[in-house]
Design a protein around this ligand. Structure first.
Ligand code: 5GP
Length: 187
């Protein structure tokens, strides 16, 4: 039976995961980029069915009850996120490369379900908290309290990076280089 591989992309917010995934979409047109479900509202420019299915908490709960998720977790601000089981298992059974962004909880849950050789966690990191803070504040103004929370998450995530299969540094001004590093890992 063919066995595909599931590449999980994770890292602190602002580390460049989105940039990496957009790069990989072009680089690996034959790969599967499964949708996840979330209860957070869509941001400007996001539509349902691109990266997420946007669900109400009730709709999400129904999918938990019917066992539709491979894993699910509460991530930021009480929002639920979950990877859908069937599209991922079908793609893996067909021998495909599957690429999905998840958080640390998602990596831990999926590692308990799928065989270890089939799941590869790639952690995208910034050179330091100062550097990441600069990037986050450059994107939008956020309250001090939220910034402090992100710093705590950054520390937890850096600790978790030790448990990942690969760590790739997203250096300032070197987008092509770090995206290419991730792409070589997948190759
Ligand atoms: P965002 O709302 O910014 O798209 O994502 C917020 C966080 O949720 C990120 O850390 C992202 O990796 C995580 N996330 C996105 N989809 C999933 C998923 O299906 N499962 C889990 N566990 N986390 C997810």
């Amino acid at each position: 039976m063919p066995q595909g591989k599931l590449f999980l992309i994770l890292g602190p917010s602002g580390s460049g995961k989105g940039t990496v995934i957009n790069y990989l979409r072009k680089k690996f047109p034959q790969a599967v980029f499964p949708l996840s479900c979330t209860t957070r509202p869509p941001r400007p420019g996001e539509s349902d069915g691109e990266v997420y299915h946007f669900l109400t908490k009730d709709e999400f709960q129904k999918k938990i009850n019917t066992g539709e998720f491979l894993e699910w977790a509460v991530v930021h601000h009480d929002n639920f996120y979950g990877t859908l089981k069937q599209p991922i298992l079908d793609a893996l059974a067909a021998g495909k490369i599957v690429i999905r962004e998840v958080d640390m909880q998602g990596v831990e849950s999926i590692r308990k379900i799928l065989p270890s050789g089939q799941v590869i966690a790639i952690f995208i990191t910034a050179p330091s908290w100062e550097n990441l803070k600069h990037r986050i504040l450059g994107r939008s103004k956020i309250p001090q309290e939220e910034l402090e929370q992100r710093e705590k998450s950054f520390e937890r995530e850096m600790e978790f990076s030790k448990k990942c299969d690969f760590v790739v540094m997203s250096e300032e001004g070197k987008i092509q280089e770090y995206c290419e590093k991730v792409s070589e890992i997948i190759h």
